[in-house]
Design a protein around this ligand. Structure first.
Ligand code: SF4
Length: 236
């Protein structure tokens, strides 16, 4: 597994961005997150080679793209075409990016995209029903070979019915912050039920800071949030 950050920085676009970990981390370091800058040191990382000419990134690996930005952010339009060329050259790697800007996807794919590259997975992130209605209405019809839905941070109940066709994986997680909005376990189970019916893989990744079970709110420290979710043993 590799992380590839061809640029860094982002701007908030919706409620799910309120406690964005990139903004929080940058604020601590005094970095302006809203300044989107190209990472010259790592831009060509997937095609970097060793002395013997072999690629440094091992074939068959997953590459997480833009986890300190949004792959579809407007400020990176001038650099994205070259990224697609790199992704195409490394068709032996599996590239995955998540986005809250899925409405920009169709205008930002390469001319030979057709019904999608085999080695690209796109995760459409939704935090509540409003975001799901807006973004999944677009996502449903996009030609993408591998689709994920990321309901994280989930800050309200979400109904995915009608949006699970062609989706390979749904991931659910809570919000992480001392002021985080709570995650109700009933919301998690409702999505899971829909995944069962549609035969879609489901992962409950972490429960967030304020987790509600049977109406009772528990405050969960960051280092336990993944373990609490795993303990529920609801992954499919
Ligand atoms: S889109 Fe993602 S990376 Fe950008 S501000 Fe929102 S949560 Fe952070």
């Amino acid at each position: 597994m590799y992380i590839w950050s061809p640029w860094r920085g982002c701007r908030r676009v919706s409620e799910g961005c309120r406690f964005c970990y990139i903004h929080k981390g940058d604020a601590k370091r005094g970095v302006d997150t809203g300044s989107i800058i190209k990472n010259d040191d790592t831009f060509y990382a997937p095609v970097a080679v060793k002395k013997d000419g072999a690629y440094k990134m091992r074939a068959g690996s997953t590459v997480y793209v833009c986890f300190s930005s949004d792959f579809l952010i407007e400020e990176a339009d001038r650099w994205r075409r070259e990224c697609w060329e790199i992704i195409k050259e490394r068709n032996d790697l599996n590239f995955l990016f998540l986005t809250k800007r899925i409405e920009r996807f169709a205008d930002n794919v390469p001319s030979d995209w057709d019904d999608g590259y085999d080695n690209v997975t796109v995760g459409c992130t939704v935090e509540d029903q409003g975001a799901a209605d807006r973004r999944l209405a677009v996502f449903d019809d996009l030609p993408i070979k591998h689709k994920n839905i990321i309901a994280s941070p989930m800050i309200g109940p979400i109904d995915l019915e009608g949006h699970l066709k062609d989706v390979e994986l749904v991931v659910v997680g809570g919000e992480q912050d001392k002021d985080a909005r709570p995650l109700d376990y009933d919301w998690v189970l409702r999505i899971r039920d829909q995944c069962v019916i549609s035969n879609v893989r489901f992962q409950f990744r972490q429960c967030g800071t304020h987790f509600i079970i049977d109406g009772n709110v528990t405050k969960v420290p960051p280092y336990q949030q993944g373990a609490v979710a795993r303990k529920m043993a609801v992954d499919l």
